[in-house]
Design a protein around this ligand. Sequence first.
Ligand code: COA
Length: 323
Amino acid sequence: MFNSKIASFAKCVPENIVTNNDLEKLVDTSDEWIFSRTGIKERRISVSENTSEICAGAAKKAIDAAKLMPEEVELIITATISGDYYIPSVSCIVQKIIGAKNAMAFDINAACSGFIFALSAADKFIKTGTFKNALVIGGEVLSKFVDWDDRGTCVLFGDGAGACVIKRGNGRGIIAEDLHSDGEKGESLMSSYIPVDNPFCESTEETFKFIKMGGREIFNFATRKVPASINEVIKKSALSFDDIKYIVPHQANSRIVEIIAKKLKLPMNKFFMNMDKYGNTSGASIPIALSEMSEKGLIKENDKIIVTGFGGGLTWGSALIEL
Ligand code: COA
């Protein structure tokens, strides 16, 4: 087995800012309602770039910061549920844009837990010696799948991408992880049903494109599963919360984070939050947060952090990482 080390973080978000006040003009809502229930003030909404383009933007910055040439990149994994096409994958398009012509590239669909699942897979490719480096991306243009007439969902989501490079090195990478799925509850968060449709069937099924969500169900699921998952990685690592510099949760809702903190009896300043600026960017939210923390000097080499996420599938999980 080899050791792994995260070498860089980067992000790329669309320039267009849509505030809560802007949404008041689209649906019957208010800045007060949105902010008090979610902690979101504004989000980035793409007006031209598709998912692969913003993912490539984050990827280029991450490989530059890790001092890698594009042709040295050996693996690209993108966590996304809003790719440009079914085929090719976002990772393959990113490979083309950045010129990583020697990489193996594929996507992971695990919704808002996607970045953690992707990082977990990449860490294993490095630790088993299959590859010496990997580019892990989380990127979404969720605005394509948002029903802009549905005030219950359109106020929540945003577009953006974040990336990191993980390399063979003298660190520990992921020290402990706790990853789960529960397909039984998949219907509480769905988008884009594609029915069977061919000349040999009489398809009567209705298709739908936009995100459908049981908000309360997801809220209860997240506040139940995430604290248990964070406790599990602490237990598996044999570390204590005092050893952890930050917990970086999926940026869905500040109230969810407050309940998680309360259940774990931890102060809110142990948790990083930036959903006020970006909304819920699904698989991109954790790498965008990590990139911003790195830019602000909040995290540095050798720090131990916990990333934790939950979302469609249903999926959830945590990873305790040494930077
Ligand atoms: N503006 C104003 N009112 C709104 C609104 C909006 N944007 N969205 C919903 N409402 C209304 C509802 O219609 C409802 O009105 P009614 O009582 O007259 O029927 C009322 O507000 C309460 O709705 P409810 O859905 O019960 O609100 P809530 O307190 O559960 O908050 C969420 C809604 C979506 C903010 C909350 O459930 C949540 O954050 N869930 C988790 C979602 C999530 O994180 N999803 C992503 C997972 S990765």
